[in-house]
Design a binder for this molecule. Structure first.
Ligand SMILES: [Zn+2]
Ligand SMILES: [Zn+2]
Length: 165
């Protein structure tokens, strides 16, 4: 733990502020990568084999949280591997390349625990700018739109956005 904390520049507020900006930048890059791993999962057969399982789950809009989500298991082995290949692997790569970004991995873990059963497929959630809830459910209705997993950003940039009201 001491080692992890020593990676964060607490010594003065300017270097800490710069560190926060770097974290935000690194997260933006991560959202770009996962946007594309998701898009590739829809057109490259080996990944589609895994991702198809996610699209086969009949999300009913209820709270479907499972304790297994805490250990990174999502419904079945194909859905689980889908998340591990398209999201966990890029995050692990980021932290390996740049260990000081480890707080992002903590946030990512928390988000992943909540996303499957509580936030991503929850029709009661529609927060402007965020991809969880209604926005992501639209992707389940039409698999050619709304690939973003975090912000409604790269869909807009790459012309795959269908906003929801
Ligand atoms: Zn998809
Ligand atoms: Zn989904």
């Amino acid at each position: 733990m001491d080692h992890l904390l020593s990676l964060i520049p607490f010594d003065n507020s300017l270097s800490f502020l710069i560190y926060l900006l770097e974290l935000a930048g690194a997260f933006l890059v991560f959202t770009f990568v996962t946007y594309w791993t998701h898009r590739i999962a829809h057109c490259w057969k080996p990944l589609w084999y895994l991702h198809e399982a996610h699209h086969s789950v009949p999300y009913k809009g209820e709270y479907e949280f499972s304790l297994l989500n805490l250990v990174g298991w999502y419904n079945d082995w194909r859905s689980t591997l889908d998340v591990w290949v398209t999201e966990v692997l890029p995050m692990a790569g980021l932290v390996l390349l740049w260990p000081a970004t480890w707080p992002l991995a903590v946030l990512f873990y928390i988000d992943n625990v909540l996303s499957e059963g509580l936030t991503d497929h929850n029709p009661r959630i529609n927060i402007p700018g965020l991809a969880m809830g209604k926005y992501h459910i639209e992707h389940h209705k039409d698999m050619s739109v709304n690939f973003d997993g975090y912000f409604r950003l790269w869909d807009k940039v790459f012309g795959t956005q269908r906003n929801v009201v």
